[in-house]
Design a protein around this ligand. Sequence first.
Ligand SMILES: NC(=O)c1ccc[n+]([C@@H]2O[C@H](COP(=O)([O-])OP(=O)(O)OC[C@H]3O[C@@H](n4cnc5c(N)ncnc54)[C@H](O)[C@@H]3O)[C@@H](O)[C@H]2O)c1
Length: 262
Amino acid sequence: MGAMQDRRAIVTGGASGIGRATAHLLARAGARVLVVDLDGDGAEVVAREIRAEGAEAIAIRADVTLDADCRAAVERATEVFGGLDTLVNCAGVIRRANAVDLAEADWDLVMAVNVKSVYLMAHHAVPRMIESARGAMNAGGRGGAIVNIGSGWGLKGGPDAVAYCASKGAVVNMTRAMAIDHGPQGIRVNCVCPGDTDTPMLHAEARQLGLDEVAFLAESAERPLARLGTPDDIAQAILYLVSDASSWVTGSVLVVDGGGIA
Ligand SMILES: NC(=O)c1ccc[n+]([C@@H]2O[C@H](COP(=O)([O-])OP(=O)(O)OC[C@H]3O[C@@H](n4cnc5c(N)ncnc54)[C@H](O)[C@@H]3O)[C@@H](O)[C@H]2O)c1
């Protein structure tokens, strides 16, 4: 039996990078997974890959900045899987600019994708998770779990990323607020703060800064463990926080960064 046997999970941003690795890992651990992404074709590809491995997954195209799309994603998972236990909020964007250079539209986008989406997904998912948790806990089982993806830059500042730093600081403290609110309802809420991880987002950062990608990635690897993170490094931490291995952990912030901010 896998650590996520019989769990029903939503992973946003599941078409790429950390979300994709997480969808795969949760499915390999026994969960049924709804892959949610603005890139609907990419989400479908990941769901198909998971099914090809013999696990259960479906996909939905959703813009997590929109209330109706978040509602539709939660309803889809609940209907198809018969309940909802697990939510991983991985969808995210970055815009590398300081307050002088950043366009207002980019501030709004970063805050909407990185912060508002966490509220919207919880707004729709938590009531479903409470219903599912009530049933499971009555039977002597466990409750639900949410993991929000923050960043090392939610805990410290960084250059030319004013909106991103603001958004990830918000995610870290929203996690604590949600843990306080929903712990009594059987829902644990935790945050994983990755350091530089080799995903399309990191390559996009180099391009936004006008830097050579190879040099940028090499510099990003400068940390005590002397390499970039892999999406699977982060997914393993997420799996811990959504599984029963962390059954007394809530409101916590787990830094997974090869020692970068140590
Ligand atoms: N890669 C890193 O170095 C790093 C470091 C710290 C934190 N993070 C965080 O990890 C999370 C995952 O990032 P990643 O590196 O895997 O990036 P990624 O670009 O590979 O994946 C992000 C996914 O989010 C999706 N997405 C973007 N806007 C969306 C929207 N409005 N609705 C639905 N989906 C949307 C994208 O289509 C993409 O599939 C993000 O929250 C990011 O901020 C990444």
